[in-house]
Ligand binder design. Structure first.
Ligand code: 475
Length: 829
């Protein structure tokens, strides 16, 4: 059937939010107009590129109209505003989502059809902005989508990186990084605002002076100035006429040239300074869960935070209200500690520029900021050398010292019999090199600290921030993550969306809890048949992609078992590949084995400096090469590594997955959000009792998820007892065989040491993530899966029950919890 014929069945009717004919030109007419007048190209015939850019501009016009109306309303209503500060946003491609939100899909289809083009080929023209590493950045984008859909006065703030996360290529099995020049053709989704410009200072000195009341005042001057220029990205709500924006700061030189060196004849020198200023927003740091200690990274953080605080204060000043109203009219959510320098920056503005007293300024800050923690990995907890901050941001270091002095004074007062406590909670760590603990700064300077799943919040309270829970008992709370059903079901899985809307109506798109009604349909044979057909359609589409990109034919009836996420030892891609090797050994031993064919799919990037993660990618590719070319196993087993995993690829994979691998060492994955995307689309999860997996299990039901392995308490207990991976090596012959193969030249003929780092880490290195301890349980669980998959009725029922139970994990629910529990905002719907 033609898409045009069923789109109206899928979504809320348009006239509920917008009278038709509000414009007197069609989308297609406007697109053609733009091809000629904005792009300066002949519009009498169209190719893909022209059609794409014309559409982008026509869609943008419509968003801008709505955006300005919404901004006007915010001012008129004197609304409280939310500032969501994040060093990363990962929105994915825009065109399809924006058409969908604005109700323009049908018009777009008609226009393209008239020109012998299709939306599918047009969206290929778009290049995805990779302005984030993974979970944290994608979460920010899901939340922006929900905030717009809930009609919230919210602003995202971040950096307009010239280069996003590197593009990953696989050469001879190894990851190779290529620059991601995502703006090389420009992006019309991003509107530069050259007049929204703020100077940002670095280095310099602090002068002291006495004000009229004899109060000591400070004044930070000198140093280098860099300009922050705004670029806005627009986020339309789903069919509600609401459009919000994400403001991304771009670094520009303060002066075009340094005139003195220019006049002195040092032309190149003067240009070089301009270049180094622009460096600040040049590139996203590619480490997920492990911050980079580089000066440039701290510069990025302060640069975007300072510009954002200026912007907030500029808007607030227009209201002519006293300063103590700042937190009544605004709230700032800090996405991790990356923007935590906002706390001393606002203190500096209030003290040094607005001349408030310390108590008054501090009281404002503490009511304004809220902090979300996303990771408990010790190496990911951000700290900066005092020496570095002192040099780069001398006034901020003074303010941090003063915050700390007053805080520790209070702590000493209230916990007289715990002389150790102050040094444990201090914002500054002792040791040969003093460092500022950004998480402590964020906790002390915020009124709310939240984790991102029940287990994660519990771990924060029990272990990581245990001392603080006694000092600030009411400050800690949980907000389990969510994902947007617009992108992660309606957009990425059209066949299933159609089936859902046909049976449930289309309200599930904004009220995902409606999916629970699917439980009444599991016994309907015809419905189950349709469900299976949807899944098969999606699997065939993925198989076509794999054929085209990897040149490998996969059987769409095989089990599609997928693990896609950043490469990290705690996520245990290793556990997955060890199991695959043992499966391979078993098939070779029993050529007549009756088993359901399996396709194991991997995707994900390793931080360029993370050698172990890169070794694991290499191992997977070497195993894949061996397995895929072995005639004995070819029909049963395929291993695929998909290069350059990103949001677009996720949208292709998620609806085609049967088994979702969520196998982190218990206690390490703060939440996970990929786990939610797969289960929402009807995949069954094989997972540890970690992060949000536990809550997914509670909602889809024990019988519909495969949880295995040590739980968090058992991991701790085993480590305390003394964990010896050699035990498992000695006692499990299958496992031993696999490990010995890795430690030989089996997968790298002629080179028997290619994977000795992996082998050593698992054995002599003590196996810090307990891969071997969970190995047996993992293998047995996979046997059960492969057995149950064959019972199609059973499997499809479980698949339906997964989708049915996932309503809770909508980012709409999560954002509503932030609104009620933290932000105290009025949604405008
Ligand atoms: C968690 N990134 C997921 C997701 O809450 C969770 C840290 C330091 C420097 C740069 N990037 C980071 C993260 O900490 C991160 O992405 N954390 C992830 O946040 C959303 O679902 O479990 O690992």
């Amino acid at each position: 059937k033609d898409v045009k014929d069923y789109l109206h069945l899928l979504d809320k009717p348009l006239d509920e939010f917008e009278a038709p004919g509000a414009r007197n030109s069609t989308l297609g007419e406007d697109a053609l107009w733009h091809v000629l007048y904005s792009l300066g190209q002949d519009n009498t015939y169209l190719n893909k590129r022209k059609a794409y850019w014309g559409l982008v501009l026509a869609v943008r016009d419509r968003m801008l109209e709505k955006w300005t109306a919404v901004q006007r309303k915010y001012y008129a209503n004197d609304d409280k505003r939310l500032y969501y500060l994040s060093l990363e946003f990962l929105p994915g491609k825009f065109l399809r989502g924006n058409l969908l939100a604005l109700g323009l899909e049908n018009e777009a289809h008609e226009f393209l059809h008239e020109h012998d083009l299709s939306l599918d080929e047009i969206v290929d023209e778009e290049c995805e902005p990779g302005l984030g590493n993974g979970g944290l950045g994608r979460l920010a984008s899901c939340y922006m989508d929900s905030m717009a859909t809930l009609g919230l006065p919210a602003y995202g703030y971040g950096i307009r990186y010239s280069y996003g996360l590197f593009r990953q290529e696989i050469r001879n099995g190894h990851q190779v990084e290529q620059p991601d020049n995502w703006l090389h053709e420009g992006s019309h989704w991003l509107i530069p605002r050259p007049h929204n410009l703020f100077p940002i200072r670095f280095y310099g000195t602090v002068n002291e002076w006495l004000d009229d009341d004899g109060m000591l005042r400070h004044d930070w001057r000198g140093g280098d100035l860099v300009m922050a220029m705004a670029n806005d990205m627009y986020v339309p709500g789903y069919r509600n006429g609401h459009v919000n924006s994400i403001r991304l700061w771009e670094a520009r030189p303060h002066k075009e040239f340094v005139l003195s060196s220019f006049n002195a004849g040092d032309y190149i020198g003067s240009v070089q300074e301009k270049i180094s200023d622009e460096n600040i927003s040049m590139v996203l740091y590619p480490s997920d869960d492990a911050p980079e200690g580089k000066t440039l990274r701290l510069k990025q953080q302060y640069f975007f935070v300072a510009a954002t605080m200026r912007d907030m204060v500029r808007r607030f000043k227009k209201l002519n209200k006293p300063w103590d109203q700042l937190p009544e009219k605004n709230v700032v959510q800090l996405n991790e500690t990356h923007p935590a320098i906002a706390i001393p920056e606002l203190m500096r503005m209030l003290l040094d520029e607005e001349l408030l007293g310390w108590e008054e300024a501090w009281c404002i800050c503490q009511k304004l900021f809220a902090y979300t923690n996303h990771t408990i990995l010790p190496e990911a907890l951000e700290t900066w050398p005092v020496k570095l901050i002192e040099r780069l941001l001398p006034r901020h270091m003074q303010i941090i010292y003063e915050i700390n002095r007053r805080f520790l004074e209070e702590v000493r007062l209230h916990f007289r019999d715990e002389p150790e406590l102050p040094s444990r909670v201090s914002l500054i760590s002792a040791g040969p090199e003093q460092r500022v603990r950004m998480s402590h700064l964020a906790i002390v300077g915020s009124f709310s600290v939240n984790g991102v799943s029940s287990l994660h919040t519990q771990i924060l309270k029990d272990r990581v921030f245990h001392d603080f829970i006694r000092i600030f008992p009411d400050r800690f709370n949980n907000k389990t993550n969510g994902i947007t059903p617009r992108r992660w079901l309606r957009q990425c899985n059209v066949p299933l969306s159609w089936l859902l809307s046909e049976h449930l109506g289309c309200n599930w798109i904004t009220d995902l809890t409606q999916l629970k009604k699917l439980r009444e349909l599991v016994d309907d044979v015809e419905f189950r048949h349709d469900w299976e057909q949807c899944r098969l359609t999606n699997k065939k589409r993925l198989a076509d992609y794999i054929e085209k990109v990897n040149g490998i034919t996969v059987n769409p009836h095989s089990i599609f078992d997928v693990q896609v996420k950043r490469f990290h030892e705690y996520k245990r891609q290793l556990l997955n590949i060890l199991h695959i090797i043992s499966l391979y050994n078993n098939i070779r031993r029993n050529p007549d084995v009756k088993m359901q064919p399996c396709t194991f799919i991997f995707g994900g990037k390793a931080a360029p400096s993370y050698q172990m993660a890169k070794d694991i990618i290499y191992l997977i590719n070497c195993v894949a090469r061996r397995v895929n070319s072995d005639p004995h196993t070819r029909n049963f087993l395929k291993v695929i590594f998909l290069a350059n995993y990103n949001v677009s690829l996720a949208q292709l994979l998620v609806p085609a997955t049967d088994v979702s691998e969520q196998i982190s060492t218990a206690g390490y994955e703060a939440s996970g959000t990929g786990n939610m995307k797969f289960a929402l689309n009807g995949a069954l999860t094989i997972g540890t009792r970690d992060g949000a997996n536990i809550e997914i299990g509670e909602r889809v039901g024990d019988g519909n998820i495969y949880l295995f392995g040590l739980c968090e308490k058992e991991v701790l207990a085993l480590r305390r007892r003394g964990y010896d991976p050699w035990e498992f090596y000695k006692n499990d012959s299958e496992l031993r065989e696999v490990l010995d193969m890795i430690n030989s030249d089996q997968f790298t003929p002629g080179d028997s040491t290619a994977f000795s780092s992996i082998f050593n880490s698992l054995l002599t290195g003590g196996d810090p993530f307990m891969v071997l301890a969970d190995y047996r349980a993992y293998v047995e669980t996979h046997k059960r899966i492969s057995h149950e998959y064959v019972d199609r009725d059973l499997w499809i029922k479980k698949s339906i029950m997964n989708t049915a139970g996932m309503g809770y994990f909508s980012s709409d629910r999560a954002v509503k919890e932030y609104i009620d529990g933290i932000w105290s905002l009025e949604p405008d719907v």
